[in-house]
Ligand binder design. Structure first.
Ligand code: URA
Length: 426
């Protein structure tokens, strides 16, 4: 087999054979197919797409490039959630312990943030002592002890995706539905969960800017999950405005703990409870304890504390605080008629909460704290947001980005989207 022939097949609009797919991904991991050849193939896939048959073989070959985890020794059904990424999307933090408190096991492999969207591991690493890297045996111990584990994927999980995703990131080939769907689903299927709920974000702060594009991605991923025997449901949820009142690592942990304590912003609570109910229903525990009750009765908080402690974290430690803060105020009286997720994400990123390259460090205390949300009435001079950073020179660029994200008008926003826009099943 020859890499150039595989590239030409796709470049010219042909369908890759199962043998070509297995060969090219296998050789790519072994180093027999060069990065520039895989980059050309990824671009051909981005431009030409993939048939359902090609996509399911491609995903399967990515899974087979590494190990497939197995949780059959647990006495609880497994269920997980994956979000396609957004601004202020800290939902995994309250969600995983809430679902575990209702009787399921949540074995979640998470990632770090890139660009304007945050990563769950970066958020949890702001908790003093908390460790993201666990062996499979340690993962099992945490699952037995707390019912939920959130950690980094090991080197052995879908190595073809690990290598290909890094290449796509620097070759303009991230935004391809078959490549995104196979990348996400290969990792989730290899993770060994029995059920999966996908939170596919739609809007300025998300990968998918329109509902139509998000629906295509969701349907593609649900199809792949179902074909692999993982009960998969997708919700399309709004990401035109940030989730909750915080974007930034420690700031989002603080807000998540508020939700676990029975408080927190209404949209974060609503999405946590909605996704938890879906996760429980998907793993056969739909008629049991309700997630809203687990938040009310303290059992979700108890599970969170066990989960954090089991990974070396101190749930009672003070969270890091940034050295510098600045308040951004409303320029006029009126109603916030637009509060753009992307602008808030860029501001948080410029403050140091996110990274430009995957090897960059992040600041635990940096980010944006909102004091008013879409639809709120404000007066001139009233605080809209506080920016937090360790580097004073980052403030001006962040404030500039933040200001582009607001419209303040005489009227409330028209047609503000619902939080949950659609639900997709196989
Ligand atoms: N997240 C992934 O894991 N892969 C993609 O391709 C895009 C987002």
């Amino acid at each position: 087999m020859d890499a150039v022939e595989v590239i030409r097949t796709k470049r010219d609009g042909g369908e890759l054979s199962p043998a070509q797919i297995d060969w090219v991904l296998g050789e790519y991991v072994r180093g027999g197919v060069a990065d520039e050849q895989m980059a050309a193939l990824a671009m051909a896939i981005l431009l030409r797409g993939m048939s359902p048959t090609e996509l399911s073989r491609w995903t399967d070959a990515m899974i087979r490039s590494g190990e497939r985890m197995d949780w059959s020794q647990l006495d609880r059904p497994t269920t997980d959630k994956h979000s396609t990424g957004g601004v202020g999307d800290k939902i995994t933090l309250p969600l995983a312990p809430t679902v575990a408190a209702c009787g399921a096991a949540v074995p979640q492999l998470s990632g770090r943030g890139l660009g304007h969207t945050g990563g769950t591991l970066d958020k949890l690493e702001s908790i003093p002592g908390w460790r993201a890297s666990l062996s499979n045996a340690e993962m099992l111990d945490v699952l037995r002890e707390a019912g939920a584990v959130v950690c980094a994927a090991g080197e052995g999980l879908a190595p073809a995706d690990r290598k290909l995703y890094a290449l796509r990131d620097v070759t303009g080939t991230v935004e391809s539905v078959p490549l995104i769907a196979s990348s996400i689903m290969s990792k989730k299927i290899a993770e060994g969960t029995g059920a999966l709920v996908l939170d596919v974000k739609v809007g300025s702060g998300a990968f998918m800017k329109t509902r139509a594009d998000a629906r295509i991605l969701a349907e593609t991923m649900v199809g792949l999950g179902d074909a692999a025997g993982v009960r998969t449901v997708a919700l399309l949820t709004d990401m035109s405005t940030p989730l909750g009142l915080t974007a930034g690592n420690a700031l989002e942990v603080r807000e998540s703990v508020e939700v676990l304590a029975g408080g927190g912003p209404a949209d974060v609570v609503e999405l946590t409870v909605t996704l938890a109910r879906e996760m429980l229903a998907a793993c056969g525990l739909g008629g049991g304890k309700d997630p809203a009750e687990a938040l009310r009765d303290g059992s979700a908080m108890d599970t969170w504390r066990r989960m954090i402690s089991a990974q070396g974290g101190d749930p009672d430690a003070s969270l890091p605080v940034a050295a510098v803060t600045e308040v951004v105020t409303a320029p006029i009286d009126g109603v916030i008629s637009r509060l753009d997720a992307y602008a808030v994400g860029v501001a948080a990123w410029r403050l140091g909460a996110g990274r430009a390259r995957k090897e960059d460090p992040v600041q635990a205390g940096a980010g944006v704290e909102l004091h008013a949300k879409l639809g709120d009435r404000v007066s001139a001079g009233q605080p809209l947001a506080t920016v937090h950073t360790d580097d004073p020179e980052r403030v001006a660029g962040a404030v500039e980005a933040l200001r582009t994200g607001y419209d303040i008008g005489a009227e409330p926003p028209v047609g503000a989207p619902e939080l949950v826009l659609d639900r997709i099943t196989a």
